[in-house]
Design a protein around this ligand. Sequence first.
Ligand code: TRP
Ligand code: SF4
Length: 374
Amino acid sequence: MGEQELKLDPWGVSYVKDYRRLMEEFGISPFTEDLWKKLPHVHRLIRRRIIFGHRDFEVILKAIEEGREYAVMTGIKPSGEFHLGTKLTAEEFIYFLSLSPKAFGFYAIADLEAYADNKIPLEESYKIAVSNLMDLLALGLDPRRVYVYRQSQEISVLRLAFIFSRGVTYNTLEAIYGDRPFGLYFSALVQAGDILAPQLPERGGPKPTLVPVGADQDPHIRLTRDLARRYRSEFGFILPAATYHKLLRDLTGQEKMSKRNPMGILYLNEDLESARKKVLNAFTGGRATAEEQRRLGGEPEKCVVFYELLSVHFQEDDKALYELYQECRSGNILCGECKAKAWEVISRWLAEHQQKRSKMRDLAERLLQEGTLG
Ligand code: TRP
Ligand code: SF4
């Protein structure tokens, strides 16, 4: 398979042309309807197949069904404000916690990774983390059901990373990540520590753990599962489960979100005027002329407004989404009108989120200081 068709790099550019090939190559299972039918409620990201795959999700299902404890674990690299990409993982984190009163969340602020990858000093990433937590709380995280920590301060995670370093050679890391600075390799071991730390004795011992991530993080999941296997006799680890969401384009239709393309990224805390410009400029599946679009219809499959903005993020109502699909395909609606309507939905969501978020600063600071408010 060509480089441009399948590449997963958690610190660089990832491409996935064909998710079936990806799953075959790396042994990810499809997140099928059979699985999600068993869930107490089904998230939009699952119904719309944005979450396409998993490893060992059955283990989590079983814990839900039997009312047994499980952990939901994720992290964020505090290198910038929340945008549509980071919103996805946050929503998944909150959703998987909502599936059982026995679920408990672990949220890593990956300040070491932000330093290793982006040279962001720890004092600065602390401030970014507070802002990120304000978004997470506004999205609905219950601060009593989560433990939040910074990698740089979490001795149990760092100790695990050190222990794992004994079992990993340069060749293994090079095979997974390519030839990288040692700081990134070390970040990968710290992330393995993040993912397995919920199973340490001081956190209640071995338990099913779910890590919801984007497909680009699978190299970390593979490394961590390998380490969990190799350190099982010592720690009793249960292999961590994962769910995977698809990699999405930016607003301009580019495959990789890049801060160098400011029109491509929609921040959750962005002022509405600037957000409006971005939405009205977004890449569409429209035709060259209005006449052509009336005659041939638009192409919602190619359209960022239809897919990334409405289907993935902002249109909860399946029926409204389906109707728009028909309207677009039949040429009944043109992109200008469609974007104006989309903006109504999006601006309502953003205004409400920003309103909630603005009240979260104190809570976010306390949560970061104290770890949990339970
Ligand atoms: N590497 C992740 C990112 O780039 C952040 C992260 C750190 C993480 N630790 C984690 C994600 C543990 C999932 C689980 O965003
Ligand atoms: Fe996209 Fe709407 Fe244009 Fe169809 S009409 S291509 S959904 S912007």
